[in-house]
Design a protein around this ligand. Structure first.
Ligand SMILES: [Zn+2]
Length: 275
């Protein structure tokens, strides 16, 4: 939690700087609301949700929730003991097939991702990877490292007259779409994600198959998801080593993608275009 305190202080400082820049006199209010038990991650997550909702991206109801629901429940059962806020899964409508997790426990799944993946295990692998970023607090850690970019966004948001949590939401939502984690951070999320997949009862090889799909897809077809980091083979190697080193967990899963159950997407789902 120390990291969040640091981020909180830095954001507070950023607010002060930005307020000074625009010539406002009012003192900044601490990010942690007085008397509130909610922590900063939860507050930030709620603001991100509010931003997505305001942009009309949250899909309230869709037949695509049918295949997503049992997967989300299985992942939540396996992952929840590792995180202190409830995981919740939402479909969102965006141009690129993608999935991203926000601090506070929300996991956003772009509807077209359900058409991009080739089977259940690839979808589960992707979501387990994203959930692992939340468990490891990677977003907040990255915010610390890229504070200059964040400060610029916060300054712009303040100029637009946004409230302090709204500012965080806007800044973070922008970041969630352009995160560039280090290879080590990505690999750590892969390994934790594979552990969660296995304990959720899904085949952890799904993530490996997904990387292979990306390799095989034409350049224009590769979604942003997992593709910002060209060292996919290193990540695949790390996953395979992890599987070999833990045969009691992973030995029972087949590396053959033909063994995977196809994802059945309801026929009455709205048409989604991948391009
Ligand atoms: Zn990642």
């Amino acid at each position: 939690m120390k990291a969040f305190e640091r981020v909180r202080k830095e954001l507070l400082h950023a607010s002060v700087v930005a307020l000074c820049l625009v010539g406002l006199e009012s003192a900044p209010i601490p990010l942690r609301a007085q008397g509130s038990n909610q922590d900063v991650e939860l507050q930030i997550g709620q603001e991100i949700f509010g931003e997505l909702k305001a942009k009309g991206e949250i899909v309230e109801s869709s037949p695509l929730y049918e295949p997503l629901r049992p997967i989300a429940e299985a992942i939540t059962r396996a992952a929840q003991p590792r995180y202190n806020h409830p995981f919740k899964f939402y479909l969102v409508h965006e141009p690129q097939p993608n999935a991203f997790a926000a601090p506070g426990g929300n996991v956003y799944v772009v509807d077209s991702l359900l058409y991009f993946v080739k089977n259940n295990d690839e979808l589960v692998g992707t979501l387990c990877h994203e959930v692992s970023h939340t468990i490891h607090h990677d977003t907040v850690e990255l915010m610390e490292k890229e504070e200059k970019i964040l400060w610029r966004e916060i300054g712009a948001a303040i100029l637009l007259g946004a409230g302090r949590f709204q500012i965080l939401g806007i800044a973070l939502l922008g970041k969630l779409h352009s995160l560039s984690y280090s290879r080590d951070v990505e690999s750590r999320a892969d390994l934790t994600g594979s552990d969660i997949c296995a304990s959720a009862g899904y085949n952890p090889w799904g993530l490996v198959w997904l990387f292979q799909d990306f390799e095989n897809a034409g350049r224009g077809d590769v979604p942003q998801l997992l593709s910002d980091h060209p060292n996919n083979q290193n990540r695949v190697n790390a996953l395979e080593r992890h599987f070999r080193e833990n045969p009691s967990v992973f030995g029972k899963f087949s590396s053959d993608r033909k063994s995977a159950a196809p994802l059945s997407v309801p026929k009455n789902a709205p048409e989604v275009f991948l391009h």
